[in-house]
Design a protein around this ligand. Sequence first.
Ligand SMILES: Cc1cc2nc3c(=O)[nH]c(=O)nc-3n(C[C@H](O)[C@H](O)[C@H](O)COP(=O)(O)O)c2cc1C
Length: 216
Amino acid sequence: MLFDFADLAAEARYKLLVSTITPRPIAWVVSQDATGVLNAAPFSFFNAFAGDPPVVGIGIGSHKPGRPKDSRANIRETGQFVVNLVSEETAEAMNVTAIEFDHGVNELTQAGLTTLPSVRVKPPRIAESPVSMECELMQIVDLGSSNGLVLGRVLAMHIRDDAVIDAMKYYIDTPKLRLIGRMHGRAWYAHTSDLFEMPRIPVERWKKTSEFAEES
Ligand SMILES: Cc1cc2nc3c(=O)[nH]c(=O)nc-3n(C[C@H](O)[C@H](O)[C@H](O)COP(=O)(O)O)c2cc1C
């Protein structure tokens, strides 16, 4: 079925995007305002966009017109944030931090979480999270009047010790992190334990197979 976005309301377009672009990783963002008030919230319009420089991007909306979500306002104000990743063990705590509290309420305390100091930025990281990325703001791309794409450069990463297989070779035991992904609707999530392996195909090998379609 064709859905022409020109005919659709914003809410309908949003529903179509988030119920098909799945699973999405979740950036569990810790930021601070200029006075140091801590803030944490999850965002699934999130991914990595480059390795060199190492760039992550997060799409952050507004609570109402003219009032950007606290995370975006804080990042614009201070230029620093930490992206923590969400494991099965921390899923429920992440959900508590998504409650739309008033500015100034510490979501981390509400969720019973603890923090550890960061080494390169001022906002701390979530101690219970298996992976944390200390980031500095590169740019905020305004997307219309209510959304902004925050692009951040990763300055340092913390990975839980037991998930590091070989630190010299940067081998990480990814399945052991038991990270979750966000699925459709407001409440569905995915485990990342149903895996399959599919090696890449060198072009020379493909050309020798019967599948190779010779083009004139
Ligand atoms: C799993 C999950 C993913 C979310 N992803 C986004 C997102 O990508 N962008 C967004 O603006 N809000 C997203 N939200 C909603 C925010 O987390 C929520 O509005 C939060 O209260 C914002 O907090 P803040 O004002 O402290 O930044 C998401 C919520 C959940 C539970």
